[in-house]
Unconditional design. Structure first.
Length: 206
């Protein structure tokens, strides 16, 4: 097996989008990774573990594969099913966590091309229909968004340097006073983390 054939995790960095780091998975995970074991059934179950409940179309969109409906049907006895508001059948692992609709959803900042946005063909679970066009730009960039009560409520962008970063927050509508405070607090935590990374990367002097 060549290095090019080995599984490789994507590591978040501050490099430009077209210069990513992709070390061999075995070196990163510090344990053997078997490609032969990643059959279609395992692939679907791993997808559901991350993004379920989901429909076969969701898995096909995220994984870039066709014909997964048959795989879902083969796995049906080992899965649980639900119906969403659109009457679509959704599949999930039996022991997967499924918080109730009343569970609080804190504000979250999602980076560009976040897998929560890309993980499903139907993005309306986190992006309202009227905001769908604001997620993807004409040159196919997927915007960095922030969530309020589990739904996309606007975009954010960090500019400046790691030593002195600044964030621009662009809501798509009016935010409540408490929601705006939560967004600002989350943004502040991210900016502090970016500054800490700059400090960690400075060479020590002796």
């Amino acid at each position: 097996m060549s290095v090019a054939d080995e599984p490789a995790p994507m590591i978040a960095t501050f490099l430009p989008w077209n210069r990513f780091r992709s070390p061999q998975a075995e070196l990163w995970l510090k344990k053997p990774v078997s490609i032969e074991h990643a059959r279609a059934h395992d692939l679907v179950k791993r997808y559901l573990a991350a993004y379920g409940p989901a429909a076969p179309a969701d898995a096909q969109t995220f994984l870039g594969l066709k014909g997964l409906r048959e795989v879902f049907e083969e796995l049906r006895p080992k899965l649980v099913t639900f119906q969403d508001e659109k009457k679509r059948e959704l599949f999930d692992l039996p022991d997967a966590p499924r918080p109730s609709a009343s569970t609080p959803a804190p504000v979250r900042l999602l980076p560009e091309f976040d897998s929560l946005v890309l993980g499903h063909a139907d993005r309306e679970r986190i992006v309202a229909k009227e905001h769908a066009s604001k997620i993807t730009t004409k040159n196919l960039q997927v915007a960095a968004i922030f969530l309020v009560d589990g739904m996309a409520a606007g975009t954010w962008k960090v500019e400046g340097t790691k030593k002195s970063p600044k964030m621009t927050i662009t809501p798509w509508g009016k935010l409540s006073k408490s929601a705006r405070k939560d967004v600002d607090d989350e943004a502040g935590r991210l900016l502090e983390w970016i500054k800490e990374q700059d400090q960690d990367q400075k060479p020590s002097t002796t």
